[in-house]
Design a protein. Structure first.
Length: 166
């Protein structure tokens, strides 16, 4: 896989590439690089739609479930995005102990839980709702706030917070 370096263009929000010939895979690779950059350390989360768009870019094409966590500080600035668990085509086993360890290691004040549904349907399952409640309870013990659990599908994301499930 080739990685292209993007340089900032003259106008804000524009980029210049080092190569003028691109394949579809090159474009997807660059989109992933840009999405990761937008979710990098120190950025403040202010627009939920933008966050969902970046998560869609990163996770919508995965062939197996990936459970990730976006660690945030007190001001909801990003500390880091971490992939914690990889699963099968329809499930990933989530260990609350490992979630707490990672959260404390990075001194996070809040988190956004994330996972994808390779089926493409972003609706939460009863298992998704159950693990969200379990993680929320567990993280509250160490004063870490679960802001949301976002499920990434093929065409859209579902926010458990927006559905009133957190």
């Amino acid at each position: 896989m080739r990685y292209h370096k993007l340089k900032a263009g003259v106008e804000p929000g524009t980029y210049v590439m080092e190569s003028s010939v691109m394949t579809e895979q090159d474009i997807l690779t660059m989109a992933n690089q840009l999405a990761k950059r937008r979710l990098s350390k120190g950025r403040r989360l202010s627009n939920p739609l933008e966050v969902k768009a970046h998560l869609m870019t990163l996770f919508q094409h995965c062939e197996h479930e990936i459970f990730s966590i976006l660690l945030l500080d007190n001001q909801h600035r990003i500390i880091g995005l971490h992939e914690l668990f990889h699963g099968t085509i329809n499930m990933a086993v989530v260990h609350p102990r490992e979630v707490v360890k990672l959260t404390l290691k990075h001194n996070a004040a809040a988190v956004i839980l994330i996972h994808n549904h390779p089926s493409g349907n972003p609706e939460p399952s009863s298992a998704d709702i159950s693990i969200t409640k379990q993680l929320k309870k567990t993280l509250e013990l160490v004063t870490v706030n679960v802001i949301d659990h976002i499920i990434v599908g093929a065409e859209e994301c579902t926010s458990l917070a927006e559905k009133g499930l957190i």
